[in-house]
Design a protein around this ligand. Structure first.
Ligand code: AMP
Length: 403
């Protein structure tokens, strides 16, 4: 790495998509952002916005066969703006990796041994880790000389005490199959809990925060003095809150019932609980905007879906208040948490005895900045703190390659 290398390319490789951002670490400026979707189909689409050049979004459609072709197309777009992957200003590539298991609790420079270990974790993250691996291998082939860093979704949760991380099942069986609670959305929970402390003018070590990451996937975490002590997702991202398409917490016997009584296969149950449950299963929509619109029109199914979503959220706020003992702040983040004022209002309604309240006019403000929405008298700060997983990945990557 040269002294002038201050840029980090962040890659988030999904099974049929690649999201990317090129960030200048001098000041966190986004130089370019983009997304390749529907990789492997005839109708692949690349949307690239060259922010540094002040240019408009450029969109191209047409078959992109695989991740290799996708990254090459991204490199071509970046090069067109003088930001090519061969630039000496590029310090590293930071990869989002979903599952780091027990081994990876910190951002890690990728070598062959690290790749092998990520591969070994595929059985516990069959949907995510293979795509992450493909992205890493493709990027390595393009810039073999450049440090490539893996930043794990599970890492922030590695500080959970054993009694929070273990399921109450037979220990030998659990250990033989690495069954335990790992948690996900870790980069977001880390970033948002730190930002929330800053909003309060405190060091992260001084505050206890409940982070509610409410996107299409959703998770809650209890963060005590900057360390995660519990989180709602478990072995996989299926556990916990009601999500866009996932059920969240459910009696495991429901799966036996679906198999024995409804005659469904394991794969069918997997699809049911991960893709056809949550808000979409309850009311046919997983977009909170649409659900609110239907509620305003008097739609009962949308109302019930919303109420179930809020009820679960409240249960986690209560549980994590008990886990933390003292709560300094509740922070809402991600698509729903940052934008849906009715969700924030309903989740905190009735919690005055716990020191939590939302001020209606502050809650109605729309902004990209971290902000408080609780009234001055409230003992617990309620905040909206926009998440920035890409910046967090870039910062962790850059810090590691400069260490
Ligand atoms: P994420 O996974 O963080 O990108 O969040 C995506 C979800 O955020 C969508 O499915 C919507 O439910 C929700 N969302 C995005 N914008 C809004 C908005 N303006 N109002 C309410 N919900 C929103």
């Amino acid at each position: 790495m040269t002294a002038t290398a201050t840029r980090v390319l962040v890659l988030n490789s999904g099974s049929s998509s690649v999201k990317y951002q090129l960030i200048d670490m001098n000041d966190g400026t986004r130089l370019a952002v983009g997304l390749v979707e529907r990789i492997g189909e005839q109708t692949s689409r690349l949307a690239h916005t060259p922010l540094a050049a002040g240019g408009d979004k450029r969109e191209t459609e047409g078959a992109i066969a695989d991740h290799d072709a996708a990254l090459k197309a991204v490199a071509t777009e970046l090069a067109a703006d003088g930001l090519g992957l061969d630039s000496p200003q590029l310090a590293a590539i930071g990869h989002r990796v979903v599952h780091g298991g027990l081994k990876f609790t910190e951002p890690t420079v990728i070598d062959d041994a690290v790749l092998k270990e990520i591969e070994r974790l595929v059985p516990v993250a069959p949907l995510h880790n293979p795509a992450n691996l493909t992205g890493i291998r493709t990027a390595q082939a393009m810039r073999p000389d450049l440090p490539q860093v893996a930043v794990f979704d599970t890492a922030f949760h590695a500080t959970m005490p054993e009694y929070a991380a273990r399921y109450a099942i037979d220990v030998e069986t659990a250990d033989a199959h690495r069954i335990r609670r790992y948690g996900f959305h870790g980069t977001s929970h880390a970033y948002v809990s730190r930002k929330t402390a800053a909003l309060l003018g405190k060091d992260p070590s001084e505050v206890n925060v409940i982070v509610l990451h409410l996107g299409n996937g959703a998770s809650a975490s209890a963060v005590a003095g900057g360390r995660c002590v519990d989180t709602s997702m478990g072995l996989t991202p299926l556990e916990g809150l009601v999500m866009g398409t996932r059920s969240g917490d459910i009696d495991p016997a429901v799966t036996f019932h679906l198999k024995r009584v409804a005659g469904m296969s394991t794969d069918e149950i997997d699809v049911l609980l991960n893709k056809k449950s949550g808000l979409i299963g309850l009311c046919g929509d997983n977009d909170m905007r649409e659900i609110r619109r239907r509620i305003d029109e008097g739609d009962e199914r949308a109302r019930l879906a919303f109420d179930i979503y809020i009820h679960r959220l409240k249960k986690y706020i209560g549980a994590y208040s008990a886990v933390l003992g003292r709560v300094d702040a509740v922070a809402f983040t991600a698509g729903v948490g940052e934008n849906a004022a009715p969700v924030r209002e309903a989740a905190v309604a009735g919690l005055e005895e716990m020191g939590m309240a939302v001020d209606a006019s502050l809650n109605a403000v729309r902004s990209d900045e971290p902000r408080l929405i609780s009234p001055e008298y409230a003992r617990v700060a309620v905040a909206v703190v926009p998440t920035d997983e890409e910046l967090e990945i870039a910062q962790q990557t850059y810090a590691l390659v400069n260490a």
